[in-house]
Write a protein that binds this ligand. Structure first.
Ligand SMILES: [Fe+2]
Length: 251
């Protein structure tokens, strides 16, 4: 049975063990309760009867979201449990998983009840065992708790992970810091598109970041994410460049 941890009012997470390329990376589901008591499940995990009872005590499971082209493994079973829930996918996922039903595609910015905002990111890709693949990830901003919800566009593996995972994170550049790995740094060729998307994300007001894999960053997460993307892009993301920075660029 999953343990639903309350992160902030109307925001819960549940984590499960997950192995990727033989490494423990964990996986997180996010539950948001909207003002109308509808629940939004981002990256649904397998749900046993006890989990369903807990969820249904919180609200009405009304939306199921596969937030990128990789996080769809447990979507079908969740949909079978909640056939009336609206199913949200991302661009390209219905072609990848034609067996799943999607009612909506996250291809434009939008929001649920003005409290959970979403934004599809452009240009973000990763080197995978099947080659370079676009994630088409949508990120979410829970405005009341100033929380940014990510899936695979930044990680934060720390000392709570097994030795081999920590070692891999060190090699790939995302150990004890909130940022993507070298697989995304090298796989994302359209840096201008990534920059444009990340600047939009940084425009949101948030202090906490919940990644799909890795530990939650509870405070000052925006500065950490900005630094992580400056590392990926190799350029500054400061909203207002100082005169000194302009001077240095001009030299
Ligand atoms: Fe993932």
């Amino acid at each position: 049975m999953l343990f639903l941890a309350e992160i902030a009012p109307n925001l819960w997470t549940a984590a499960q063990s997950r192995r990727f390329l033989g490494l423990e990376v964990g996986c997180r589901m996010i539950v948001v309760r909207l003002p109308n008591d509808d629940l939004v499940l981002i990256s649904p995990l397998p749900l046993k009867s006890g989990d369903r009872a807990r969820l249904e005590a919180l609200g009405n499971v009304a939306h199921l979201i596969a937030p990128n082209r990789f996080h769809h493994l447990h979507f079908g079973p969740a949909q079978a449990l909640y056939p009336k829930a609206q199913a949200w996918g991302v661009e390209g996922l219905s072609q990848k998983r034609p067996d799943l039903r999607f009612d909506h595609t996250l291809d434009q910015p939008g929001h649920f009840e003005n409290v959970l905002h979403y934004l599809p990111l452009k240009g973000f890709a990763s080197i995978t065992p099947r080659g370079i693949q676009n994630l088409n990830e949508s990120v979410f901003w829970h405005q009341p708790s100033q929380t940014l919800i990510l899936t695979d566009i930044a990680f934060n593996f720390d000392e709570t992970f097994p030795f081999t995972s920590r070692l891999a994170a060190q090699v790939l550049g995302s150990y004890q810091t909130l940022r993507p790995t070298r697989l995304e740094k090298w796989g994302s060729f359209d840096k201008d598109a990534v920059e444009q998307s990340i600047r939009q994300v940084l425009h949101w007001d948030f202090d906490r970041v919940i990644p799909g894999h890795g530990s939650i960053v509870e405070s000052d997460a925006k500065a950490e994410l900005q630094a992580g993307y400056e590392w990926l892009l190799g350029r500054s993301l400061d909203p207002h460049p100082t005169l000194a920075a302009l001077y240095n660029t001009a030299r």
